[in-house]
Design a protein around this ligand. Sequence first.
Ligand code: UFG
Length: 329
Amino acid sequence: MKVLVIGGAGYIGSHTTYELIRAGHEVVVLDNLSTGRMGAIHADARFFWGDIRRKSDITKVLLAEEKTRPVDVVMHFAAKLVVPESVLKPLEYYENNVEGVRTMLEAMVDCGVKNIVFSSTAAVYGEPDNPLCSEDDPTAPINPYGETKIASEQLIKWVAAAHGMNYCILRYFNVAGADQSLRIGLDKDQLTHLIPLIMQSALGMREKLSIFGSDYPTSDGTCIRDYIHVTDLAQAHVSGAQHILDTGDSLLLNLGSGKGFSVKEVVDAALELFDFNYEFAPRRAGDPAKLIANSNRAREILGWEPKLSLTDMIKSDYAYRKQLQQDTD
Ligand code: UFG
């Protein structure tokens, strides 16, 4: 298949591009490089600079590609995703995340592209009563980021119904790790995620890790999350796209391992490999105590199974970060 990856210079977009190319597909990347970087775009992907909020940037690519072979599937990764930032800048988040999706869908309708794969998030579940989340559970986001994803999901469903399109909406849980090539990984300036912050502590780039909260109603008092390796996640995009293309069905799937690890368990797993200091700190605002994916639907429909472990995520993130550190020395 031929896939347009919007946001292919970012963390998950670049990993999905790598997996698409490894599986023999043709990839075109559109990115405005606001948070992504040129070096993360696979050498075999064609790159167009452009902004998802400008329809002509998208139609230009779709029409240019049509001359050789039309794009079969558009994948969307061009969202803003920092939860606390979304609370401070809701207008920016709605403009980029929802207006961006609306513009992209309009361009797809204009150019007759019928298949969309969309990155959504566990943040749509908010603070659920049942921490093992299934796709049919109620959604109740507790921040603008999660709200923009629900709004986009709804928009995609309505547009798909009106224009005969197929969608594959993927709700990610806690994504971590780096590609085996170590050419791509999570390399933002301001990291907020647990595993990269642990690795920065292990590499001496920060004094110590703070564990946010030790009085949650969990076995050891720290929050429980479902961690998934970015390569496993990327492979689910390839299978999901192929599925909607082959069957004409639409999908809404959770992507997680189905296993929960507490923050303390992640810290202990990393301490088995590396030395670093940590402390217990107050709770961080907006953190639900426990969030785990029920990913049975992805297993049943796509035959998808995460292959990589928490240790694989820790080791690969460390190796990628160590290499970044050496490159800047
Ligand atoms: N944590 C720490 N110390 C840190 C960083 C994180 O203790 O320095 C804790 C957090 O408090 C939380 C857990 O580690 O309990 C995981 O936090 P992350 O920031 O790594 O990830 P989140 O669970 O907050 O966020 C993820 C996705 C979001 C999505 C959210 C849904 O990254 O995009 O899940 O809950 F919105």
